[in-house]
Structures are given as structure tokens and as C-alpha cells.
Write a protein of this length. Sequence first.
Length: 358
Amino acid sequence: MAAPRIPASSGQAPLYPAVRHPFHHFLGALSVLLLLVVLGTLGYWTIERMSLLDALYMTVITLSTVGFGEVQPLSPHGRLFTIGLIAGGGALAAYAAGTAIEYLSSGEWRDFLEARRESRMLRGMTGHYLVCGFGRVGRHVTQELIEQGLRVVVIDTDSAALSRLKSLEISTIVGTASDEGVLTAAGILQAKGLVACASSDAENLLIVLTARLMNPRLQIVARAIDESSERKLQKAGADRVVLPYQLAAFRMTTCLIRPAVADFLWEVAHVGGIELFLEQIPLREGSCLVGQTLAQAQLRNRFNVTIVGCRLPDGSLSVRPTAETVLDAGKELIALGTHAELQAFARLASGEDRGAAA
């Protein structure tokens, strides 16, 4: 089943207004009720010389229109005061009913329930990816992550842009991605990776710095418009910095000079018709592959995957592994294959599947 397509920006007004707790809608009515109770209690205490408890009792039964169990017969002034109190209570009831009808008819209660549901979902989310900035780059990054079957939380200050993701059930947060409170709400401590693709290098720098301080283990990729910002972003904590104009130039040059190579790489990178993936597979302690050479492992024959590269534990990359390359724990193998083939190989490399050792 194809992943849902994210609609492009249309400049429309926000579909989802700012959602407030229902209590805020009735705060005025509750304030007036409290004021009437205080005024009624003081009125009976002053006019009828009642105790404070008796005065409060008279006020409550009057406002609630119960009207029984009077503490004492009322004087003419007390009766006039009671009439005013009843009128005030009636006006308050009409105001509260009008507020309730307006709130229910506006549909804001549905938005509130949806916000509560999304908040609970965010609290329970782990291993997800944060996309900070939902402009032209952020929209495509989000689309690619969804097509890979990954869970995404998108952060942006533009509520109109994020509202278009609601129908696709993509979690969103309206706010500044460099704010610690926003990143905490997005689950940065449980997240697996973050993409900083805001509209300026300065914003991305602040996002990267904040995210790295909050989660030192987070995988962070940042976009840089200016080449001079690349080193700054790396120093701030970005694991990778992408220069879109530089990548576009490389892609266009490859298409011009080596079109067949460009088509193959594009198909592999974007899960095209040949349905091949390039995936990094870590080798774990306990895997039956540890200690074997590539020739001994026979990965091509057993899993139909091709090893095209190998990242060593020190971070260096070998792009031409040979048949004598030893599969040591801690290495990451760059493998080419279908999704099912790579999954089977990954289970063996992690030590989960020992049945395939034979």
C-alpha cells in the first residue's frame, strides 16, 4: 500500500484553531457565580443579621431555586434582596446555557478531544523522528520518512501548514523547534533522529544546539543554505549537514555525464520499480556471522544481498570490502537487496535469528 501523499502548501487559513480547555469557556460564568455567592452571603449577613453559615445556606438555596428551609422569616428588605438574587441567578443560568450551546455547536470540543488524544499518543511514542520545519524541504523529508514506514512528529510555527497533516494522522506540534518545552512535548528523549530544516541557518543552528544538549545520543541531520554554516552546525552537534544546492548540482551533473548510474542510484535510494534498498546493517555480539569472512558467510547465496560497503567501529568507511573482509562485532555493513531479504539478513546480524546459521 502506497504511503499517503502530503499536499503542497495552498496558503489556506488554519483548519484547526487554537484549542483551549473547555473550562476557559465557562470561566466567566463561574466567576459570576462565585461573586453572587459572596454578595448573597454578605447581604443576608448584613440585612438579616444571620451567621455566615446561615447566610451562605440562604444564598445557595436561593440561587439553586430550591427555596425551602429558610433559616428565619425575612424582612421586607431581605425579601427584596432575595428577589434580586433570584434574578441574578436566572441571568447567570441563561448566560451559562448560551455559552454551553455556543461551545457545543462550534465543534471546538471535538478539537479538544483530538488534541488530548494526540498528546497521549506523543507521550507513548518511541523510536520516532522529529522534522523541525515544514517548508519545501521539510515536506519532502516527512514524505520520505512516511514512505519508509517510520513514525514522524513535525514541528513548525505555521499552524496552517501543519493542519493539512491531520487527515494523514501525522503527529504535529505548533511551536518553535528550538524551544526545550516544544522538543520535550515532541518526545526528543525517546526519539531516534531529528532533521533540522527550518528556513534559515541561524534557526537550524539553534535547533541543533538545543537538541544535542537535551539528547546526546540523538542522530541529527541539518540543512545548510550557506556553505560557511556547515562547520558551525557540525560543531553545534549535527551528525550530518546537507547542502541542498550542492546535492542538486551533483545530481544534475551525474544525470548529464552518467545517466544510467544516476537512474540506478535514484531507483535504489527512492524504492523505485526495481524494489531495491540500500540499508546499513549493524553486526552485534552473539550473531553467528561474527568472526567469519564475507566469503565464508555466503551472504549472496543465502540472503541474495550484496555488500557494497562497510563502516568500521572507528567511523571510517570501506567502500570496497573483499571476500577476506572479516565480519567483526561493531561493524556496519552497507547492503543492497529487497526489503524482505534485508530484514532476514538484519535478524541474523543482530543475533535474533540463529536458525539461519546453517
